[in-house]
Write a protein that binds this ligand. Structure first.
Ligand code: HSE
Length: 414
């Protein structure tokens, strides 16, 4: 590709971060030709001549050969990205929600039109995890990818657990610092991590899973009792997203707070930092850590994609053909800590084997096994109740044959 002529969509936290980085980077030549923004009344630190409110000024400009999409709205981002790809423009995006919802189609579109779509900034900010899964772990047998992949919720957990701040104050600060999504429920409800996880699943295992197929539970209902429980056991609560091989033919994935032990690398990942542990057959355990949110860290990942586009880098998605016999499953059991309010909550979870139960004046908890498939069916109900769940970190187990047969028989009877 000759000189890079960039059309930028969005000039929020990440867009401005990228602009700063490009300006401070003397060795890297790329010209931002136009910036398309939404609000004509917002004061901006650049001359008005840079800005447009009409997306065609970028998409229809033949001089612009690279579109960088950094807007909030996933629906509008989808229109911009697909139009640009169809018109032969390389696209760099950070829009994880749009990618998670349309990844399969976007991969097909890249093949059809021969134009690359790069999106390292969409997962874990400055950590180059997608490129690593694509390139380094190309032929590795991956056992699991597990991490803290939402900076805002990790920031909140750190501030509340280690510094004693209130949840509300910590969330407000995460918003002020530009870590949180416009709707912070996406962060604290585990939806942002869920979207990122769907992208990781595609690059780790060559599987397209839709966000609605993957269980997520966030940190909104955390209480002082949960922190007390964790502290007494010498553990920390972290919001983790994970994908793992269950057996040679199946993979499972979920987002759930987890009770993390001090000997786990993720234990010391604090504030807006993200951390990802990759467990592989030959490389064994590897750990990536870096800032997962904020204008400059995320802008640095966008810059890396822009730079890669100069030598026509594209994702090969080789695992799509390598792992043809792999399927996604929720037929696994997890061991969880459940802090609950009344017996109806216990009934809702349909816990299997219970190893610990406590009933005090102020709170009750159990530690027991639950089916991931069941959690997925009660996801909304769970989020509306006064309860909190966290994985104990015990390895997931496939649902035993006998239980599956019983469930199938039950369905026949019904
Ligand atoms: N809201 C996101 C986070 C931003 O907190 O991780 C980076 O994707």
């Amino acid at each position: 590709m000759n000189g890079l002529k960039i059309g930028l969509f969005g000039f929020g936290c990440v867009g401005q971060g990228l602009y700063d980085i490009l300006n401070q980077n003397e060795g890297f030549r790329a010209e931002v030709v136009k910036i398309c923004v939404k609000d004509p009344h917002k004061a901006r630190p650049l001359s008005d001549s840079y800005f447009t409110f009409d997306k065609e000024e970028i998409l229809g400009n033949p001089e612009i050969n690279l579109v960088v999409e950094l807007i909030n709205n996933a629906g509008e981002a989808y229109d911009i990205v697909t139009t640009a790809l169809k018109r032969g423009k390389t696209v760099v995006t950070a829009n994880k929600k749009m990618l998670a919802e349309h990844l399969e189609e976007l991969v097909a579109l890249q093949g059809e039109y021969g134009t690359p779509l790069l999106y390292e900034a969409s997962v874990c900010g400055s950590i180059p995890i997608i490129r690593n899964l694509e390139e380094y772990y190309d032929n590795e047998l991956l056992h699991s990818v597990c991490g803290i992949i939402n900076g805002s919720s990790n920031y909140i957990l750190s501030k509340v657990f280690s510094e004693g701040q209130t949840y509300t104050a910590a969330l407000k600060k995460a918003q002020e610092l530009g870590f949180a999504e416009t709707d912070p429920t996406l962060d604290v409800g585990g939806f942002d991590a869920l979207n990122k996880l769907c992208i990781l699943v595609a690059h780790a295992y060559g599987l397209f899973v839709k966000p609605e197929e993957v269980f997520n539970f966030g940190i909104q209902s955390l209480s002082a009792h949960d922190f007390q429980f964790a502290r007494e056991k010498g553990l920390k609560i972290k919001l983790l997203a994970q994908v793992q091989k269950v057996d040679s033919g199946t993979v499972t994935a979920f987002v759930i707070p987890q009770l993390v032990r001090p000997d786990d690398y993720l234990y010391n990942v604090e504030n807006e930092y993200n951390g990802v542990t990759v467990q592989a057959a030959f490389a064994d355990r590897q750990f990536f850590m870096g800032k997962g949110a904020g204008g400059h860290p995320t802008g640095s990942a966008v810059l890396s994609d822009i730079s890669a586009s100069r030598y026509a880098y594209r994702y090969e998605y080789r695992k799509l053909s390598q792992h043809k016999n792999l399927t996604y499953t929720t037929a696994v059991t997890l061991e969880i800590y459940l802090r609950y309010h009344d017996e109806a909550d216990l009934e809702l979870l349909q816990l299997g084997y219970i190893s610990e139960k406590y009933s005090g004046r102020n709170f009750h908890y159990v530690i027991g096994e639950v089916s991931l498939a069941h959690l997925l069916t009660i996801r909304e109900e769970l989020a509306s109740r006064d309860l909190f769940i966290a994985s104990t970190g015990r390895k997931v187990e496939p649902v035993r044959e006998k239980v599956l047969v019983e469930e199938a028989l039950l369905r026949q009877v019904m």
